[in-house]
Design a protein around this ligand. Sequence first.
Ligand code: PMP
Length: 426
Amino acid sequence: MDTEISARLFERARAVIPGGVNSPVRAFDSVGGTPRFIARGEGAELVDADGNRYLDLVNSWGPLLFGHVPAEVREAAVDAIGRGSSFGAPTEGEIALAEAIVDAVPSVDKVRLVNSGTEAGMSAIRLARGATGRRKLLKFVGHYHGHSDALLVAAGSGVATLGIPGSPGVTDGAAEDTVLVPWNDRDAVAEAVQVHGHDLAAILCEPVPANMNLVAPEDGFLAFLRAQADASGAVLVFDEVISGFRVARGGAQQLHGVTPELTVLGKIVGGGFPLAAFGGRAELMDALAPAGPVYQAGTLSGNPVAVAAGLAQLRLLTDDVYARLGVVTDGLVDGLRTAFDAAGVPAQVLRHATLAGVLFAETAPRRYEDVAAADHARYARFFHGMLERGVYLAPSGYEVIFPSTALSDAHVERIVTAADEVARML
Ligand code: PMP
């Protein structure tokens, strides 16, 4: 596979962009090699600058549920930009998108649109703090909620991949109100709630953690968090930036039947554009300015092009879409399991609804430490073997597989065949 142009672009990029990338997870630092520079996406495929094609299992880290540029999203975005790129004044499209979110997500009566998941998470915890008058946050080790100071502590995703435990630049003051607890550990949660309950503003989690590979909540764990929030008066915040509109139309809260006070959304809701949201119970959301005193704002928030694309994508989310995504995920998961079994490679092919993950470990993970202890060097070999065969996986064993409906049965078969070959070389 010729990657000469990507290599040249990477060199040029490194001269003017730190590490050559605008988000650390795009780098190949933990798996080695040169990141592919992407020229375009076509349905299920990425095409790099050298013209190599890859079946895409990252899909921009989740937003592209239908693969690259579905016609409806493209048309909506093109149509919107014809009318103007940004107004700094309200538009009807924002109402339509808010209505679509309220309709889909059980916990959301009112919603505010922002530009990134980071912003949405940061704003949600400010709102929780402002509304409760409390300071502390309970956060789970390995969960990623964007890169705002208070939430970067013991985070997953790129923070875990690069082994940066607490980022320089985050002051002790910003981090000291974040209480850390291992995922799926009821005793630790109960103890933290007992110690900090009176000052706990929020219990925050990814209800389907997907930034420390994929570590599903154990039976009843989300309901347990709901009960702990009720008992302490803390606001339960579900970060559904990945799980929202993916594990079900109404996200993990619909799938698991547990309703938080606040929900953080991103990725799919923006149709591949910079758009995210946070929403929840009306009385809580009305604490936001200008209705209430908690300040939150954005020049480009509710951008008309992003809103049009997001709305077009949400309108495509029928039951048939989730059924098809389920079939695609089944095919990938079953095929990968068979490939690793046949090769005698100890691997966990993780799966929760329409998300999947590959972890080279003897047993299924329950918490972050189990993922950290997996064989990440083997993942790097798997990643490169697959890349060579035209399959684009996340360049880190801390990330997940994001299936799209653009993957046909024949595509899934190609991926499984590649995995079968690579597994024998691991
Ligand atoms: N929360 C979760 C669960 C995420 O996965 C991410 C990004 N991967 C974020 C928040 C931050 O979103 P963004 O990258 O849009 O700031």
